[in-house]
Design a protein around this ligand. Structure first.
Ligand SMILES: CC(=O)N[C@H]1[C@@H](OP(=O)(O)OP(=O)(O)OC[C@H]2O[C@@H](n3ccc(=O)[nH]c3=O)[C@H](O)[C@@H]2O)O[C@H](CO)[C@@H](O)[C@@H]1O
Ligand SMILES: C=C(OP(=O)(O)O)C(=O)O
Length: 425
């Protein structure tokens, strides 16, 4: 099992280039199954989840060619539509193969997906959507999908699930007639996927809203597309720089609107930056204070579906608050187990009250001490890495491969910006 050894106290700064968005590229990999022509993707992050998805695709006959960060996929001739159970269990997005396989190949056998263990992760909305389009689905130890040509349906999702929206939207591109998904998720990665699908010949409108209209087309074709920068990486590196006293420039930090959503919350936590188009500069800020709400009330940082603050940035934001003057309440509304990692921060010296599984109060600033830690999930792992970078002394973070699921060569990229970090096996 790999681990990271970090000696804290070094400023993290310089120029940072985020990789492509993990949660955009993973469904894009699944979308290659909707056509027999090549899909070329640029800015593909070389992360573990991508590697597993590529193994899954290759195992059923997709041709895969990777050169640097450009990937070419061609699903011309598939050997099978049955996936390997162990591989399915390694990533959440294995379930995203269901929609495309059912729409273009008449069915699939898929096993329960994996992904971060951060609370219950439902699939009900996926099944509702695919059944609405005419798929017959049985679910015991395997999920078996069967369908003739899919037919459009007007759907109302019970929750704005990111992956369910992606799965059902992909399937609906090839259904006969016009489908609508009301209460769809509209996170930047859902939009990125929809834009790729439109380049492949799909007819999706309402992109960026919670009401999608998908006019089915007979066939999709190949496309070439650049994955948008990962705003979880952008947010994580902003925090890493702010808490270690660095100055950071990010030449392509993504769409201004995406940056604005992050800035709304980070500025409450005392981090300011300047934005010029897609470029972002975070200056060194020594005296950072949590900004109280009107009437001097303790601010509440809560996550939610887009354009609320993303759940995947909650963990790094908690670390930021431990290094900022003031008090903030964090309310994680989506996942039941995401907050438990604060135990590790408390062990390092942070002043945190865990009220219940969903809420913690952070009182900052506190000096952190280097510790022996274990990464429970991708984002908590990254948060602990950042905490270790600003702590006194040495920290060891076990379970490095969990962080590798979502961040490419994280130790090299942090070290290039000044962190003292090495990987050991
Ligand atoms: C591969 C991928 O893209 N993973 C992301 C995706 O996971 P994923 O698509 O699995 O997450 P979902 O959007 O389905 O939902 C996450 C959890 O929140 C609950 N829920 C969701 C919506 C809602 O309105 N109310 C509610 O309570 C769901 O029951 C579920 O337990 O979206 C999550 C939420 O942005 C992110 O943390 C994950 O990184
Ligand atoms: C929870 C996450 O990923 P997944 O849904 O793939 O487990 C994440 O990216 O933070």
């Amino acid at each position: 099992m790999a681990k990271f050894i970090i000696n804290g106290g070094k400023p993290i700064g310089g120029t940072f280039h985020p990789r492509g968005n993990k949660n955009a590229v993973l469904p894009m990999l699944a979308s290659c199954l909707l056509t027999d022509q090549p899909i070329i993707l640029h800015n593909v992050p070389l992360i573990n989840d991508v590697k597993v998805m590529l193994q899954l695709l290759e195992s059923i006959g997709v041709e895969v060619a990777l050169e640097d960060h450009t990937l070419t996929l061609c699903a011309k001739g598939l050997r099978t539509t049955e996936l390997d159970a162990e591989l399915c269990a390694k990533v959440r997005t294995s379930i995203l193969l269901a929609g495309p396989l059912t729409a273009r190949h008449g069915g699939a056998t898929i096993y329960p997906p994996g992904g971060d263990v951060i609370g219950r992760r439902r699939l009900d909305t996926h099944f509702y959507g695919l059944r609405s389009l005419g798929a017959d689905i049985s679910t015991d130890h395997a999920f078996r999908f069967k369908a003739g040509p899919l037919t459009a349906w007007k759907m109302v999702f019970d929750e704005a699930s990111v992956t369910a929206t992606e799965n059902v939207m992909m399937a609906a591109t090839l259904a006969e007639g016009t489908s609508t998904i009301y209460n769809a998720a509209c996170e930047p990665h859902v939009q990125d996927l929809a834009n790729l699908l439109n380049q492949m010949g799909a007819d999706i409108s309402g992109i960026g809203t919670n009401n999608l209209t998908i006019r089915g087309v007979g066939k999709l074709h190949g496309a070439e597309y650049t994955v948008q920068p990962d705003f979880m990486e952008v947010g994580s590196f902003i925090v890493a720089s702010a808490v270690t006293g660095g100055t950071l420039t990010i030449p392509d930090a993504g769409e201004p609107l995406v940056q604005q959503v992050m800035q709304r919350t980070f500025s409450k936590l005392g981090v300011e930056w300047t934005r010029t188009g897609r470029t972002l500069v975070v200056p060194r800020q020594t005296e950072r204070c949590i900004r109280p709400d009107e009437g001097n009330a303790t601010p509440k940082i809560e996550d939610g579906i887009w354009p609320a603050f993303p759940s995947d940035l909650m963990s790094v934001s908690i670390v930021l608050a431990t290094q900022t003057q003031g008090t903030a309440l964090f309310f994680e509304k989506m996942f039941e187990s995401r907050m438990y990692f604060v135990d590790h921060l408390m062990g390092m010296g942070a002043n945190i009250i865990q009220c219940d599984p969903h809420r913690v109060v952070v009182i900052g600033p506190t000096r952190l001490r280097g510790s022996k830690l274990t990464s429970p999930d991708i984002r908590a792992g990254m948060a602990l890495l950042i905490a270790a970078c600003c702590a006194d002394g040495e920290s060891v973070i076990h379970n490095a491969q969990v962080i590798d699921r979502g961040y490419e060569a994280i130790e090299d990229r942090l070290a290039a910006l000044g962190a003292d970090i090495v990987r050991e096996h």
